[in-house]
Design a protein around this ligand. Structure first.
Ligand code: GLA
Length: 409
């Protein structure tokens, strides 16, 4: 009898352990407990990437203070692949990566950074390079052996239905988990199959919610390809319930500092943005807990670009440990207003002027559900601008004010 009880207890312990392990891995093992931050190759270089320039970007992340502000990843996007060897192992293009990806990963790690890579759930990637369908376990092992920390997994060349997508993403997520290395997983099917409903369960830490961002404020016509900053906000501001610790709505890359130059950001109508618009992107991507992947040339940043990308008070909102995406409280022709609760009890409030003219905001916090009195810190002006139950002030066209409200006890 005693033996039987002991046996049952042991069985119980084992099943509980297994359940725990499953819960843990379903949550992505707390990979990406806060939204990943870093620099991504695509918008500046497209597929014309080279290890030398990637190393220079890694150096620049350190030198500019971006690493210490939280930008920890170098994300290699499409164009690194050189096919497969005679054992079907995926290899890097030897012209672009003469030292190999492992050497690059070692270099990046030596700087206190992490390395991300890119593939696609079909035979070929979006830019026509070798991809991973049918080679998931083998490629995941290769990535692990190189020291890769993150995989962006695209969906060009795959069928349109959601069931296949779930299956293909889960297959790669499982392969990554079995690879022997902790590799965060970014799902990129552009929001077409509502990934916020299934991507976390399939094993993703983040999922793109829209088509590709371009260096522009908004799409000028329905027909124009490429998403502007405002187009992406309008999709994501309604998806707050799906984000949380370890699983994030990915609003695609930052275009801050591209200034209408270079790479895919110049196609599909990417003509550049004003400083206020770039500042809005940083503000809204932060408060909506999107990953923050800069894509500009970090080696030659002007002061405005640095000021925006290195606003640590705004970054803190993005990386807040409570992991709540801001909720949209107001959305009309002029204003979009979002509120995000923070771990220490403060609230972040973003006030976007969508219109093409300067506007005066007359904000009563109670209308946003914030019923106390607060000290109001402007996170772009870096000072307290009000105390009490309201804020009134001017907001320029396409500008976003970001406030941190602290309850006055
Ligand atoms: C797709 C993705 C982009 C980028 C390119 C690379 O368009 O959505 O973010 O990775 O492919 O080819």
């Amino acid at each position: 009898m005693r033996k039987k009880i002991l046996y049952l207890l042991l069985l119980l312990a084992l099943t509980q352990k297994q359940t725990f392990a499953q819960v843990k891995s379903a949550n992505g093992n707390m990979l990406a407990a806060t939204p990943p931050m870093g620099w991504m190759t695509w918008n500046y270089f497209a597929d014309q990437i080279h290890e030398k320039e990637i190393m220079e970007m890694a150096d620049a992340l350190v030198k500019t203070g971006m690493r210490d502000a939280g930008y920890r990843y170098i994300f290699i996007d499409d164009g690194w692949q050189g096919g497969r060897d005679n054992r079907n192992n995926i290899i890097a293009d030897p012209q672009k990566f003469p030292s190999g990806i492992k050497a690059l990963a070692d270099y990046v790690h030596s700087k206190g950074l992490k390395l991300g890579i890119y593939s696609d759930a079909a035979p070929l990637t979006c830019a026509g390079y070798t991809a991973s369908l049918g080679f998931e376990e083998q490629d995941a092992k290769t990535f692990a052996s190189w020291g890769i920390d993150y995989l962006k997994y695209d969906y060009c060349g795959a069928p349109p239905d959601a069931e296949t997508a779930k299956h293909r993403y889960k297959t790669m997520a499982d392969a990554l988990r079995k690879s022997g290395r902790e590799i965060a997983f970014g799902i990129c099917e552009w929001g077409d199959r509502k990934p916020w409903l299934w991507a976390a369960e399939a094993g993703g830490q983040l999922w793109r919610t829209t088509g590709d961002v371009r260096d522009k404020w908004k799409r000028r016509s329905e027909k124009e390809g490429g998403e502007g900053i405002l187009d992406i906000i309008d999709v994501n501001a309604g998806l707050d319930q799906y984000a949380g610790i370890g699983h994030w709505n990915d609003m695609d890359m930052l275009v801050v500092g591209l200034n209408g130059k270079k790479g895919p950001s110049g196609d599909l109508g990417g003509t550049g943005c004003s400083t206020a618009e770039y500042q809005s992107q940083m503000s809204l991507w932060s408060i909506l807990t999107s990953p923050l992947a800069a894509t500009n040339d970090l080696r030659t940043m002007d002061e405005q670009t640095k000021r925006i990308l290195l606003n640590t008070e705004v970054i803190q909102l993005n990386q807040d440990p409570l992991g709540k995406q801001a909720v949209r409280k107001v959305n009309d022709a002029v204003w979009t207003i979002l509120v995000k609760p923070l771990a220490n009890g403060d609230y972040a409030v973003a006030v976007l002027n969508r219109s093409d003219a300067v506007q005066t905001a007359d904000l009563k916090f109670a209308d946003l559900g914030l019923n106390e009195s607060y000290t109001v810190r402007d996170l772009w002006a870096h000072k307290t601008v009000a105390k009490g139950k309201k804020w009134k002030g001017q907001v320029n066209r396409h500008e976003t004010k970001v406030f941190r409200l602290k309850n006055i006890k």
